[in-house]
Design a protein around this ligand. Sequence first.
Ligand code: AMP
Ligand code: FES
Ligand code: ZN
Length: 306
Amino acid sequence: MKCKVCKEPAVVCLPSHNAAFCPGCYEKFYMKQVREGIRKRKLLNRDDKVLVALSGGKDSLSLMYALAELDYDVTGLHIDLGIPNSSEKARAVIEDFCSSRGFKLTVVEMEKEGMPMPLVKKHIRRPICSVCGKVKRHYFNRVALEQGFTALATGHNLDDEVARLFANTLRWDQAYLSDQGPVLPAENGFAKKVKPLYRLSEYENANFAFLQGIPYHHLPCPYSGGASFTAHKMLWRDLEFKSPGTKRSFYEGFLDRGAPAFASFHERKAEEVIACTDCGCPTSAGVCGVCRIKVQLDRALKDEGA
Ligand code: AMP
Ligand code: FES
Ligand code: ZN
């Protein structure tokens, strides 16, 4: 197969774009998708100070690389969850990546915050992945605001976004649908959140990381139970295989024609947000979820010591 652009031998074939690319033209294609995605949905301004959440996976590292290539002011943020045999590997990959390319990096250690994930898993009787997600989002926002960043960028890709939109649509969850999209503005104690890879699939990001020689951490979280490929993602893989481009048109169609119908539910939710009485972060209760977890952990540790 030949590259659609320069006719050299192709290494990546993308049926959804009816195209195949050689390595050089693939990089140009990828960068164009990121640049156009940012422009079309007004994700970032040229003077934004961007905090990029780095998990060590292919998506977030490719995102950091692409935003730096596009001349945005970027700093990495990694949340070290303190999970044995996993967190140290992810962190080492990120530290190497950032130091070898001269990127600034901030690391928050959950051990030092008094809530390493093994301790949370042992004492908090709720699904660990949802608690962990809550804790990560809390620190993303907190670091962004405390350190003067104007945008928080995550590596969510088209597959992540479609899976989430699909799940929210199956439940017709109006409040969640009102928050779905590649940009959430700064408001009510929340930093602006952006997902500049929303036009690129997991496959496209994996190819980019590979061709750019970006080493990434690819082992799943040991607490995930191997469920990283959900039933919905499997369904979408089949749909996309039979009809290339369906994922993109479902998602972009929602942004253009579905999202406006749910905007009023976001406004309603925003009215309920107040500052946590302990840490000042936004919450709908008096004390935020993360401060409540800290209190529960302190109590459990005291009981254990008693
Ligand atoms: P996930 O929910 O694991 O698919 O991650 C989605 C995005 O959240 C990643 O692309 C990263 O931008 C960010 N992220 C996940 N885990 C971490 C972490 N431990 N530290 C910093 N960012 C993270
Ligand atoms: Fe958070 Fe696994 S429990 S990444
Ligand atoms: Zn709090």
